[in-house]
Design a protein around this ligand. Structure first.
Ligand code: 5AD
Ligand code: SF4
Ligand code: FES
Length: 354
């Protein structure tokens, strides 16, 4: 397999014109041959917008007082799980603002355990509930979660502290250690970054790609940064790349990552659709193979605005299901129903180990 140096990656991320078109084509070819023109789904449950953190980019941050705080009831979570099964979504992703109190961590374990039981083990469960202790990650793994998504946001420490407060609960080292812990516990780990952040350069993004490779993650979710008016980073909104440049940079990141790690799962993030109506389709054509359709009850969606103008906020889960089917068909991709959709990179590695 071709080895990519940092300077190769920078060249790809700077591609324009014919070189850009060639990169997109190569990435799509690699995806076709390594995993096929197929899409796996993770039905997304936005469990709660209560968060102890204050990330400078995020609308769900603790100090944004314009959100009405919510947490789904247990029944609502189980209804989402039943709907996922009915719609043939093979996997669920439970995402939440970060909390580390025992009441919360035990509740997540209970929900995971009960969803597993009620689906006879058929639903795969991905958690995305922030940084936790090794014991909590272990408890959740034993309850039945087998994948975990924790974006590093940027792999450059100096940039990390430009987009987070510099204090004990926003610690770069803790985030790195959390990823290591998740890997060591046997989770299929996903991470990712935002693209088009203030102060971010192509060199930073090349380092992010090398970081994914070094960690050998099974999944990457990355999308464009979308400035949110109620957050501190809004002050730089005129200084970031324009919409077209940010979208192209996101697509180049996806395509380059597909060349670098041919078999991993790459998410076509919903944020892409905020920039362009067909943004997720564009991400799929650049090499992504995972979509996370929203299952959250509509009455809560307005309160989980991590970034503004999120897609599908007014759409019922059923509508998203039909809509996605049509959208993927239009770009010659097939959605795979009723399967977990584990990364081939991970399953092949497992079969070597065992
Ligand atoms: N724009 C784009 N993505 C964002 N996220 C948070 N805020 C924004 C924003 N303003 C992403 C982060 C986080 C994930 C849940 O959402 O990468 O990990
Ligand atoms: Fe909380 Fe996550 Fe938003 Fe940070 S990005 S404020 S941890 S919900
Ligand atoms: Fe939600 Fe199209 S995917 S309405």
């Amino acid at each position: 397999m071709k080895q990519y140096t940092k300077s190769d990656l920078i060249t790809l991320l700077n591609a324009q014109g014919n070189d850009y078109e060639a990169l997109m084509k190569d990435a799509l070819d690699v995806k076709k041959s390594e995993i096929g023109n197929v899409i796996y789904l993770r039905g997304l449950i936005e469990y709660s917008n209560i968060c102890r953190k204050n990330c400078f980019y995020c609308g769900v941050r603790k100090d944004n007082k314009s959100n009405t705080l919510y947490q789904l009831t247990d029944d609502e979570v189980y209804q989402c799980a039943d709907l996922a099964m009915k719609l043939g979504y093979g996997s669920l992703a439970i995402q939440s603002g970060e909390r580390n109190d025992r009441k919360f961590t035990d509740k997540i374990a209970e929900l995971v355990y009960n969803i597993k039981k009620r689906s006879n083990g058929t639903l795969g469960i991905t958690l995305s509930c922030g940084e936790q202790t090794q014991d909590v990650y272990k408890q959740w793994f034993e309850a039945g979660a087998h994948r975990y998504l924790l974006r590093i946001e940027t792999s450059t420490k100096a940039l990390y502290y430009k987009i987070h407060p510099q204090d004990a609960i926003h610690c770069f080292e803790t985030r790195l250690a959390s990823l290591e812990t998740l890997l060591s516990l046997g989770y299929q780990v996903g991470t990712g970054v935002m693209i088009g952040l203030p102060f971010q350069t192509v060199e930073h993004l090349a380092d992010d790609l090398l970081f994914f490779k070094r960690l050998n993650v099974a999944m990457v979710g990355m999308g464009p940064f979308i400035p949110h008016q109620e957050t501190p980073l809004w002050q730089y909104h005129t200084q970031i790349p324009d919409v077209e440049t940010r979208m192209q940079l996101t697509l180049k990141m996806i395509a380059t990552l597909r060349l670098l790690m041919p078999k991993i799962n790459i998410v076509a993030a919903t944020a892409n659709q905020t920039l362009y109506e067909d943004g997720r389709e564009q991400a799929v054509l650049a090499g992504a193979n995972i979509i996370m359709p929203n299952l959250t009850p509509n009455k809560y969606r307005e309160q989980y605005l991590i970034y503004p103008d999120k897609a599908c906020v007014g759409d019922k889960p059923m509508q998203c299901s039909f809509c996605l089917m049509g959208r993927m068909k239009s770009i010659n991709h097939r959605i795979v129903y009723n399967q977990w959709g584990d990364s081939k990179a991970f399953t092949e590695q497992e079969s070597i180990i065992h």
